[in-house]
Write a protein that binds this ligand. Structure first.
Ligand SMILES: Cc1cc2nc3c(=O)[nH]c(=O)nc-3n(C[C@H](O)[C@H](O)[C@H](O)COP(=O)(O)OP(=O)(O)OC[C@H]3O[C@@H](n4cnc5c(N)ncnc54)[C@H](O)[C@@H]3O)c2cc1C
Length: 470
């Protein structure tokens, strides 16, 4: 087959409007948030229906052409861009139909290209809540969040994307369509194929639609930023708040104060959201959701107890929608403020919640030994045991921060292994961590993953080079 032939055929399948190849058109498919992967692609296609996705995959299977599924292109591990450069990108961005909203069953069936923000709005129109909430929600899509099993800031109460999904429709490597758009809460009929496709990062099939859970809408939120002395206090606070509030506790985020200092320095927030009476190096951003029948003031009641017990030194409680928006803007800016400050070394890891203080103490100590003065920015979803563990160069440092990265990664992952943690809590493996996964994952688990990959994608044309390399 000559190189021209496949493109002619592909162009015929998707039509002019859905075929993209020139440099300017390819930028949006190839530029990714971390700016780490630059392999290019043969072309991109934007099919508008499941039937069109099926034809593209039949063509790819027959011709041995590799396909990289892409959603909103917000992934942080390079899963959505090619690993080799000879792949085609299949973007689901034009598959945006709402197939069904069933408020009585609390399920909505959405095509893969619907963004998370749109999904939230569709649920709201039905007087329901779609609870997934993450910094990229305006851009990331249902297919993408399912393929990465994305988490975000409400996992504590509602679970991650997998927990929010009842079923998927997907096109397999050979073009067969798997129709698993279930609304059933109980269905024990063999292997859970939905759970196999969720979190597979596009290596086992292309998700074209999904049935997603909806929930009752909270009538109010109570939000506060607590000043605490240390991550250990954060764990103690979490245990008490969880016990008092149960599932009303929606978010519990650990934030080092350096991130707020940086946001003020780089003009990312208009005012300082911290209470200044008793400054501290650590904070908890905590939110309770109140439903019909719940009384106002649940947050104040638990705060009083925390102050009485000497755990919380001071707190800034939100009194208006504007206050709450500022708090969440500040939380979402934790990555952006580091970008503005310069280069960084990053990890997205998880441990049991009680081990977070040990993790931070040990990793900070070893990083300081490796590069004295290095600035630790360990933040994130404490209530899920998930820390985004980043490091910035020491103030005034003129060397190459990345020269210290191998030693800091090695030490962090060694400490993590001792604590039985995970090398990827919510961002996935993609290309960034494929080698690391091969080193750190249990060999039997790796063998099982490779067997599944080979069974579903024997020609290795679906997102090659990501997760496992059979
Ligand atoms: C500012 C920002 C904040 C973020 N915050 C969080 C956070 O709080 N929690 C969190 O978990 N993640 C977070 N992320 C990363 C997160 O992975 C993505 O935002 C999201 O899950 C990816 O969705 P997407 O539609 O952009 O997918 P893409 O980036 O396009 O793709 C991600 C992966 O899924 C595959 N894929 C995409 N669509 C499909 C499909 N339809 N079928 C099969 N495979 C597919 C791709 O091949 C790739 O492997 C953040 C990212 C950014 C930029």
């Amino acid at each position: 087959m000559t190189p021209a032939q496949p493109f002619d055929k592909l162009l015929e399948i998707v039509g002019d409007a859905n075929f993209h190849q020139d440099d300017a058109a390819m930028v949006r498919f190839l530029d990714e948030p971390r700016d780490l992967f630059h392999k290019g692609a043969r072309c991109a296609v934007t099919p508008t229906s499941v039937a069109m996705v099926q034809k593209v995959m039949q063509f790819a299977y027959q011709n041995g052409v590799s396909v990289v599924p892409q959603g909103g292109n917000t992934g942080l591990v390079g899963g959505q861009v090619p690993a080799n450069g000879n792949e085609i990108i299949l973007s689901l961005a034009k598959m945006r139909q709402v197939r069904d909203i069933d408020a009585s069953t609390n399920v909505m069936t959405l095509e893969a290209g619907v963004t998370v923000l749109e999904a939230q709005k569709h649920a709201e129109e039905a007087n329901r809540l779609f609870p997934l909430s993450l910094g990229s929600e305006g851009t990331c899509q249902i297919g993408g969040i399912l393929s990465t099993n994305a988490g975000g800031t409400a996992v504590l109460a509602y679970g991650n994307s997998r927990d929010l999904c009842m079923g998927v429709e997907a096109v397999l490597a050979d073009g067969r369509i798997y129709n698993g758009l279930s609304k059933l809460r109980k269905d024990n009929t063999g292997y859970d194929l939905k759970d196999l496709l969720v979190g597979a990062e596009g290596t086992l099939g292309i998700i074209t639609a999904a049935s997603m859970k909806m929930f009752p809408r909270p009538r109010a939120f109570e939000t506060a930023l607590l000043n605490i002395a240390s991550p250990q206090v954060g764990v103690d606070v979490f245990e008490i708040v969880r016990e008092r509030s149960g599932n009303r506790l929606t978010s519990f985020e650990l934030l080092p104060t350096i991130g707020i200092d940086l946001q003020l320095k780089h003009d990312l927030i208009g005012r300082d959201p911290r209470s200044q009476d008793t400054p501290s190096n650590w904070h908890i951003l905590m939110e309770l959701s109140l439903f019909e029948g719940d009384q106002d003031g649940a947050l104040m009641a638990v705060l009083e107890e925390l102050v009485e017990k000497g755990l919380v030194e001071d707190a800034s409680v939100c009194n208006s929608l504007g206050d709450r928006q500022l708090m969440w803007l500040m939380r979402e800016n934790y990555s952006e403020c580091q970008k503005r400050e310069g280069d960084s070394i990053k990890h997205d890891i998880s441990v049991a919640i009680r081990d977070i203080p040990t993790l931070i103490e040990e990793v900070d100590a070893v990083a300081e030994e490796i590069l004295p003065g290095i600035r630790s920015v360990a933040f994130g979803h404490m209530g899920d045991g998930n820390i985004h563990y980043d490091f910035l160069a020491p103030e005034g440092f003129e060397g190459d921060l990345q020269a210290s990265a191998p030693a800091i990664h090695a030490a962090t992952y060694e400490i993590l292994a001792r604590l039985n943690g995970s090398i990827s809590a919510e961002h996935g493996i993609g290309q960034l961590k494929a080698d690391l996964l091969a080193q750190k994952k249990d060999p039997t688990a790796l063998d099982m993953m490779k067997s599944i990959k080979l069974a579903l994608d024997p020609k290795n044309i679906l997102n090659p080079g990501k997760i496992v390399r059979p």
